[in-house]
Design a protein around this ligand. Structure first.
Ligand code: ADE
Length: 337
């Protein structure tokens, strides 16, 4: 994404320091030694995502590299929430899966399933506008992913097209749980000004307490964006018969208590009347678009984590501060080649 290999190399040299040993135990030392980094895939909340590869299995990952210093400066424990969400994500095919996590003295490295078909943001840029059946397909899969998170007490808080990836199968996967909050069940509420302005619910902007309704508002904006061409001046949704206009209106309700998703069963809305939810949940509905297979091996020369010996000159992070990241590492890798 506009990054030459030199710049990426420089960036990683500056930021990653392999003078370090993992600061908590875990069986991830192997992958830590084997991992090769390719190019930048994108930037998420609190981290840069690089394409990484385990040469022993030829498996690719999206490695999110997060600076501990940045987290400590922000006084932030959100990354531990992100890690917990990735531990739960295995329950839903509509969420990007966490494969491993390890840490050095300065960095947290979160290895995510690599989703190769790009994101909904770029797909919408390419297409301009989606037809109603296509929008309905993505919306239905998103409903499954969002409801899974909510039943686990997780609010995503940053749903937007950039955080919706398209797998090579054409199915979608929600990513970037870096601003998520967990343990919000029943009547419990959350606080905090998080998200991306255009997708943020009014109650977040007003800095009030909120619940999972904030994700339904963001979902409403995404759905609206899918069916309206941003480039077409003053375009409005005109397909009333499909129910699209009504569902968007109900999702964009200013009052969260009256907002669809929190109030009423979204699966029963007219817009979804022909959707077989069992088939959707089982990934049995044929996707409207299958991305071209991308071959990451064509990317520039990779570099190995062991070569990154550029120790930071700054003072080390104290043991007390390191304690904040205890238990970060995990390993969900099933096979080793
Ligand atoms: N960009 C951010 N996360 C990603 C992932 N898991 N796969 C591909 N690209 C990404």
């Amino acid at each position: 994404m506009g990054f030459s290999i030199e710049r990426v190399y420089f960036w990683v040299l500056r930021q990653l320091s392999s003078d370090v040993q993992p600061t908590d135990s875990g069986s991830t030392d192997d992958i830590r030694r084997r991992l090769l980094f390719h190019n930048v895939l994108g930037r998420g909340s609190f981290g840069t995502v690089l394409l990484a590869e385990d040469p022993s299995t030829c498996k690719h990952f999206a490695a999110k590299i997060i600076s501990k210093r940045a987290l400590l400066a922000a006084g932030d424990e959100l990354v531990m929430v992100e890690r917990r969400v990735f531990q739960l994500a295995s329950g839903s095919p509509f969420l990007v899966q966490g494969q491993f996590a390890f840490q050095t003295k300065l960095f947290l490295i979160l290895g995510l399933e690599y989703v190769s078909g790009g994101d909904l943001y770029n797909y919408l840029l390419m297409k301009g506008q989606l037809d109603i059946p296509t929008a309905r397909f993505y919306a239905a899969e998103l409903v499954c992913g969002i409801q899974f998170l909510h039943t686990k007490g997780i609010i995503h808080r940053d749903l937007k097209p950039e955080n919706i990836l398209i797998a090579e199968t054409g199915h979608i996967k929600i990513t970037d749980f870096g601003l998520s909050i967990d343990n919000i069940h029943g009547e419990q509420t959350a606080t905090g000004y998080f998200g991306t302005v255009g997708y943020m619910a009014p109650e977040v902007r007003r800095r009030e307490e909120y619940n999972a309704g904030v994700d339904w508002f963001s979902f409403g904006v995404i759905l609206q964006e899918m069916v309206t061409d941003e480039c077409a001046y003053h375009q409005t949704i005109d397909d009333i018969s499909s129910g699209i206009k009504n569902i968007v209106k109900q999702l964009l309700q200013k009052d969260p208590a009256r907002r669809l998703g929190v109030n009423g069963d979204i699966r029963k809305h007219k817009f979804f009347r022909h959707i077989d939810w069992v088939q959707v949940e089982a990934l049995k509905v044929t996707p409207p678009y299958t991305p071209e297979p991308s071959n990451p091996n064509h990317r520039p020369r990779p570099f190995h984590v062991d070569k990154l010996e550029a120790a930071e000159v700054r003072a080390p992070i104290s043991a007390q501060d390191q304690a904040m990241f205890e238990g970060f590492s995990f390993d969900n890798l099933e096979t080793r080649g």
